[in-house]
Ligand binder design. Structure first.
Ligand code: KG4
Ligand code: ZN
Length: 333
């Protein structure tokens, strides 16, 4: 019997639908929300409204792309959390209504587990492996023991890695989200010119709020002497800030992988698009004889394909939920 699943992701500001058949992604379509750019961050109420507008056309387009009929589905899957409650509600309600109307089983998926399982879309890491999940909302080191058996061994105590990029970029007057721009300018800069302190955090946890503060104070001091300081030194500032963030992420990953004795490391989440992080992560693996896994970019940022692959493994284990499953703003792995 073949297993075909419609999966919905709506936890933040991307409305995404995917169709997966026997673990192969047939469609993965996402409507992004440009509306947030003018506000310098995601506005939850606007995100919910945009999901409401996008969800039916995105699902329709996914069926067309996959060339699948609704009658062929085996189940409907959705992101239950963590995320913005209003955003989650749109996807959860849609999935429940769809399942009810077509008399299909429902599968709820943890968004953070799904980021990790995105590695199984076109690849197959060996268990146990360590996954560094870095996005605008999360920073986690996850020890992955099996498909649905994971343990968070480290996480951020304050800002997420993506927020560290976006907030420091904002201090440099870069538009939101600043991460990709910082990456671009950093490639042209000298990372040794401006050095920022690395926080001393115990175990495998992270902290990024100190970096934001030290960049703020540094800029305030320099701008007093030269109002154009940030603009005139943009590339070097971006290179210095990015190096600090990447150093923190890579060092903790190496420390945790060594401690837990794993020899495969994986990168997930939107920040894994960062060119320096990708390169340093691969190098760290190469130097130690570890295998490194970085998924295709379309599966790094929020997407429904990762929800679909997670749902596939839950389907095989008969892990279904009822119509009572409510969205969860906080949802531990
Ligand atoms: O996973 P994602 O698409 O959405 C969340 O779940 O948050 O991650 C978005 C985050 C943003 O903070 C964005 O600035 C960051 O990923 N990002 C980057 C790069 N591309 C995206 N940060 C640094 N360098 C990049 N190239
Ligand atoms: Zn995410």
């Amino acid at each position: 019997m073949s297993v075909t699943i419609l999966a919905i992701e709506s936890s933040c500001d991307d409305t995404s639908a995917a169709i997966i058949k026997d673990a192969k992604i047939l469609a993965n379509l996402t409507a992004t929300q440009a509306i947030h750019q003018q506000w310098g961050g995601v506005v939850p109420e606007l995100a919910s409204r945009a999901h409401q507008q996008n969800i039916v056309p995105v699902v329709d387009a996914a069926f067309k792309k996959a060339n699948i009929l609704p009658e062929e589905l085996s189940a409907v899957a959705f992101t239950r959390g963590p995320g913005l409650i209003g955003s989650l509600l749109v996807g959860v309600s849609f999935a429940k209504a769809y399942a009810l109307a077509r008399n299909l089983p429902l599968i709820e998926v943890n968004h953070m587990q799904a980021h990790v399982l995105a590695h199984f879309i076109d690849n197959h890491p060996q268990f146990p492996f360590l996954c560094l999940t870095v996005s605008g909302g999360h920073t986690q080191l996850v020890l992955v023991k099996n498909f649905l058996e994971m343990e968070v061994v480290g996480e951020t105590l304050d800002d997420a890695a993506g927020e560290a990029f976006d907030k420091t970029a904002k201090l440099l007057a870069l538009p939101y989200p600043g991460g990709p721009l910082m990456d671009k300018y950093a490639q042209l800069g000298n990372a040794e010119r401006f050095l920022f302190p690395e926080p001393q955090v115990a175990d495998f946890n992270f902290s990024f709020s100190g970096l934001k503060t030290s960049v703020l104070y540094f800029l305030q001091r320099e701008v007093k002497r030269n109002p154009l300081f940030a603009a005139e030194n943009m590339n070097d500032l971006c290179a210095g800030i990015q190096k600090t963030i990447v150093d923190i992420l890579v060092k903790k990953t190496i420390k945790a992988a060594t401690h837990f004795g794993v020899n495969e490391i994986a990168l997930a989440g939107g920040v894994s698009a960062n060119s320096e992080l990708r390169q340093r992560f691969e190098q760290a693996g190469k130097d130690r004889g570890w295998k490194t896994h970085i998924p295709a970019f379309e599966y790094c940022t929020d997407n429904a394909a990762m929800i679909a692959i997670a749902a596939h493994y839950k389907f095989l284990r008969n892990e279904f939920c009822t119509q009572q499953a409510e969205p969860l703003a906080r949802y531990e792995i």
